[in-house]
Design a binder for this molecule. Structure first.
Ligand SMILES: *Cc1c(COP(=O)(O)O)cnc(C)c1O
Ligand SMILES: [Zn+2]
Length: 426
């Protein structure tokens, strides 16, 4: 294909088409997520020459949000075309106390994506997906969500003044339901699991009545997935255009993990960042209540057996993970590993991260912190190599996880005498 082809995603888009992750078949840029040949998932493919023209200086001169990487994304090169809350450029927190506590001797960082507008990394994927969806002519926004995606789609639709319809499992945390409903779009609670919700959305998207609707993680999923790459770009830029030796990433569908790895590959290929000696290793984190990808890795198989998710890490509760195979591939190829944490370990992980870094994570962050500690203890994570742990969501949305475990350490009447009696003066 030549640069004379005008992309439906905008004249400046470096995206050239969709490519099957299974058989490599190529298709035009459109709202299509499965291969017509083999039903494999599709991924955006780019003009490598166009990506190679992007420079550090260009990026550094860009806005302090994901759109500084617009030259590496499928859509949104022009600000006026974006559907966005302008997420990204979240803090990379040096975590020395956490490192000391879990036995890491090299620099440890927490990429704190709870600082996004709706308090999870999902704002990145939604901004990219809906910007592509707008370019493709969709006039209603939707998703199948484990919670955070619902918040983000509803908020983006509200900002853009576009109707939305968001589908969730009925038993989500109040901190995910209220924070979606408040934006005023339709919110459909399904009496079933996330996997049931996702299946229903895959059927709805085929109907005439939903022809105008972009489901961010169904029919425009290839664009949604690309938004995750910005979590790789940002970490590399914040480290001075270096890729860390080890990263630990929570997995639901497994997409985020595969895209952070892809982002690192792109940065190296384009000459934008330097890989660590010996390459980088990607580690995946799941919960005991929903660990189909980690279980397949531990069993040494490519067969991911779907599970019925249980446990408190609801944002990660995808029992039949769409990108599971590709997450396995990335972890095996880079020499990383995966592990999982029980509900009690997740609660401890939330408190450990909060106590040592001042970052209050939702249950997914508890999963990642607990699994990082386990990976160090089991020798899978090298304690002498620089490591980045991804916190993808905000603790205020899952207060129940730790509500019974923390509270005031004293209760005292408002007098000096009472304070003395309570032991506050030593
Ligand atoms: C959705 C989500 C993830 C993982 O996303 P996948 O790309 O599906 O693996 C991780 N953390 C949080 C908080 C999420 O909401
Ligand atoms: Zn295919």
């Amino acid at each position: 294909m030549t640069s004379a082809v005008i992309s439906p995603l905008g004249v400046d888009s470096p995206a050239r088409g969709l490519e099957c992750r299974g058989c490599g078949a190529r298709f035009p840029l459109a709202a299509q997520h499965a291969c017509y040949e083999c039903f494999g998932p599709l991924e955006v493919w780019y003009d490598a020459d166009a990506l190679a023209t992007v420079t550090r200086a260009q990026i550094e001169a860009g806005p302090k949000n994901i759109w500084r990487y617009a030259g590496l994304l499928p859509a949104g090169q022009r600000a006026a075309d974006r559907v966005s809350l302008d997420p990204g450029f979240t803090p990379l927190v040096r975590a020395d106390a956490l490192a000391a506590e879990i036995g890491l001797r090299a620099p440890l960082w927490v990429k704190d994506d709870s600082a996004n507008p709706t308090h999870s990394f999902k704002d990145r994927v939604v901004s990219v997906a809906l910007t592509a969806a707008k370019a493709l002519g969709f006039t209603r926004y939707a998703c199948a969500s484990t919670g955070n995606l619902a918040n983000s789609v509803a908020a983006h639709a509200a900002r853009a003044g576009v109707p939305s319809i968001v589908f969730i499992p009925w038993d989500l945390e109040p901190g995910k339901i209220i924070t979606t409903a408040v934006y005023g779009g339709d919110l459909v609670a399904i009496e079933g699991s996330y996997d049931d919700v996702n299946r229903l959305c895959s059927e709805l998207v085929e109907t005439d009545e939903f022809e105008d609707t972009a489901f961010v993680n169904v029919n425009v999923r290839p664009f949604y997935a690309e938004g995750s790459k910005t979590l790789g770009y940002e970490v590399a830029e914040q480290l001075g255009w270096r890729i860390p030796a080890q990263v630990v990433i929570p997995m639901a569908s497994g997409e985020l993990l595969t895209k952070v790895d892809k982002a690192f590959e792109e940065l190296v290929a384009a000459g934008l960042a330097v890989a660590p000696e010996g390459g980088w290793k990607v580690f995946g984190a799941q919960s005991l209540g929903c660990n189909p990808i980690a279980t397949a890795l531990h069993a040494g198989t490519d067969v991911i057996t779907p599970v019925k998710p249980t446990g408190i890490a609801k944002s990660l509760n995808i029992g039949d993970p769409a990108a599971g195979l590709y997450a396995l591939e990335a972890v095996r190829r880079t020499g990383g590993w995966m592990d999982y944490a029980s509900d009690d370990e997740i609660r401890d992980g939330i408190r450990l991260l909060a106590r040592t870094t001042g970052v209050f994570a939702e249950t997914a962050g508890g999963v990642t912190t607990a699994v990082t500690a386990k990976l160090v203890a089991s020798g899978k994570l090298d304690p002498t190599l620089e490591t980045v742990v991804y916190n993808t969501g905000e603790g205020l949305k899952t207060l129940d996880a730790v509500a019974a475990l923390v509270g005031p350490t004293y209760r005292v009447k408002p007098s000096l005498r009472a304070a003395r009696e309570a032991g506050l003066l030593g």
